[in-house]
Design a protein around this ligand. Structure first.
Ligand code: ITT
Length: 199
């Protein structure tokens, strides 16, 4: 059966295809390119889960197909969990990853090494055209570096040093990142729910 990936972030599309392929989920994933007329839904929710559900419901309603959505971001302990749901637009322009990362590092310049804990969070939502919904979450923990390192991944990956590792998330292979990432955990938890509800 068909499942629409309700995201316009190409980096997420690649990771989600890899994550679902690795668990052998037997669905045909359709990207938003197939639905150019579906408008972006304003992300007005106050939590990752609320925003993931908003995106999944909007696309399920507009396409008449089951849809899955990801809402994710970087939460910094010293900033009480910010940028959080504002991660994609932290420096003002939605999706300007390098500006977002640079601003965040500048804001944290006075934070000592032992207080640089942070984690990525991901809410993975499934919505059916009849309004049925499910949402699960995953986290990926580490500490923030002072300079970006690595060329893999996307977004804030070059500044999150993985807990228990010397590498940043951008220095992992794609398979290594997916095995421990917030997105990997959330969508592996969602996979059996997808199988059960849309088989
Ligand atoms: P859609 O809403 O269309 O899915 P988006 O890019 O707007 O795409 P979000 O609102 O969920 O998605 O914002 C996610 C931001 O959080 C993204 O721009 C990155 O800066 C950051 N982020 C999420 N997952 C990440 C990851 O695995 N590695 C690094 N940064 C990540």
């Amino acid at each position: 059966s068909r499942l629409v990936l309700a995201t316009r972030n190409a980096n997420k599309v690649v990771e989600l295809q890899q994550i679902f392929a690795a668990v052998g989920l037997d669905v045909e994933l359709v990207g938003m390119d197939a639905y150019p007329d579906v408008p972006d839904v304003p992300e007005t929710g106050l939590t990752f889960a609320a925003n993931a559900l908003l995106k999944a419901h909007a696309v399920a309603r507009a396409t008449g197909l089951p849809a899955i959505a990801d809402d994710s971001g970087l939460c910094v302990a010293a900033l009480n969990g910010m940028p959080g749901i504002f991660s994609a637009r932290w420096a003002g322009t939605h999706g300007d990853d390098s500006a977002n990362l640079r601003l965040l590092l500048a804001q944290l310049s006075d934070i000592a090494d032992e207080h640089r804990e942070a984690w990525f969070a991901c809410a993975a939502a499934l919505a059916l055209p009849d309004g049925t919904e499910r949402v699960v979450e995953g986290r990926f923990e580490g500490t923030l570096t002072r300079e970006p390192r690595g060329t893999g991944g996307f977004g804030y990956d070059p500044i999150l040093q993985v807990a228990g590792d010397t590498r940043t998330a951008a220095e992992l292979t794609a398979a290594e990142k997916n095995a421990i990432s917030h997105r990997g955990k959330a969508f592996r938890a969602l996979a059996p729910i997808v199988s059960e509800l849309i088989g």
